[in-house]
Design a protein around this ligand. Structure first.
Ligand code: DP6
Length: 324
């Protein structure tokens, strides 16, 4: 009744922002991501009949009630599928900063979905595990697979929606340089923020139309290893997503001065001929996507940018790994 899983964060090049079905947590737009190594979450799940309720420890500390609630909801689904009644002890460790816009919920719920399924004795397909991870956090559906991964938009009611791998980790040696521009927790989580966008942003409908057209173009540029086509599409996706949030009421503004400086640094490097472009998730950090040949220069330039506190480098990695 015990299993361990490792899953990695992912970075969306075509962003998911907005839902078509809140109850089933279905995305309103398609998204495309790279699974990132070594941004790893390691999660152990043990179903234990002596427990009176689920216990969730995150990085060695008891998690907050809201975090425990989302974990228990996923465990409830696994218990129902496996006919298990016992509560579970869940211990999760992030090998990178939590809740800083580094997609720790994606790697976290992917690892949880994998470990819980195995610990309950289920022998489920990756698609089933991806769909369950999606209900917990849609970006987590993508972390089940390695390499380049798509999550299609969901039609309301389509509860089987799962991510699908489009190319392996060795398809293209891209690197991601994360420029950390703030410490501490971000002001508002992605779920609440995208809900605000849908309710109150005048740009939401335009965003959905744009994202549906842009995601397949991003996949095609990745498949062709065509950086010149890829870069403007990736930047437009994140700028459009953030613009939708900024135009909502209340406005969602994740950017810090260091975020703007890092975006400008990336764009200046591209003007100088480097293969690099920027993206940002629901947080202040800037992620520079670049080819391996240019990673050293990009990292050095970002480390030198005012307002950038630290940098991390990641590469494309594999999907979910479950043991024993
Ligand atoms: C900006 O997957 O965290 O990172 O499904 O509500 O849990 P929920 O949202 P979440 O949103 C991620 C948004 C994003 C873009 C992306 O990863 O595609």
């Amino acid at each position: 009744m015990k299993a361990k899983a490792i899953a990695r964060a992912n970075i969306a090049l075509a962003k998911y922002w907005g839902k078509s079905d809140d109850a089933l947590n279905l995305p309103a737009v398609p998204s495309v991501s790279l699974t990132l190594d070594p941004l790893i979450t390691e999660t152990t799940v043990e179903f234990d009949p002596s427990l009176e309720s689920d216990v969730f420890e995150l990085d060695g500390e008891r998690a907050r009630p809201s975090e425990l609630g989302r974990v228990s909801a996923l465990l409830d689904e696994v218990r129902a599928a496996a006919g298990v009644e016992a509560h579970a002890h869940v211990a999760s460790v992030n090998r990178f900063p939590t809740a800083a816009g580094l997609a720790s919920s994606a790697s976290g719920f992917a690892a949880l979905a994998g470990a819980a399924s195995r610990a309950a004795g289920l022998d489920e397909s990756k698609d089933t595990i991806s769909a369950r991870a999606r209900r917990a956090s849609a970006s987590a559906a993508r972390s089940i697979y390695g390499g380049i991964v798509e999550l299609p938009a969901g039609e309301p009611g389509d509860d089987a929606l799962c991510a699908r791998p489009v190319a392996g980790a060795d398809h293209w040696d891209l690197r991601v340089i994360v420029a950390i521009t703030a410490t501490g927790r971000k002001p508002i989580g992605s779920r609440a923020a995208m809900g605000e966008s849908r309710r109150s942003s005048p740009y939401y409908a335009g965003w959905v139309d744009h994202a549906k057209a842009s995601a397949p173009q991003i996949t095609a540029a990745l498949m062709d290893r065509d950086f010149e086509r890829l870069a403007p599409l990736v930047e437009q996706s994140f700028f459009a997503m953030h613009a939708v949030g900024m135009a909502g009421v209340p406005s969602v503004l994740y950017w810090q001065p260091g975020s703007v400086a890092a975006i400008r640094a990336v764009q200046a490097l591209r003007t100088d001929g480097l293969e690099v472009c920027a993206t940002m998730d629901a947080g202040p950090h800037v992620k520079a996507i670049c080819t391996a040949a240019h990673a050293g220069q990009v990292r050095a330039a970002l480390a030198d940018t005012p307002g950038v506190l630290d940098t991390l480098e990641a590469q494309i990695g594999p999907g979910l790994e479950v043991s024993p």
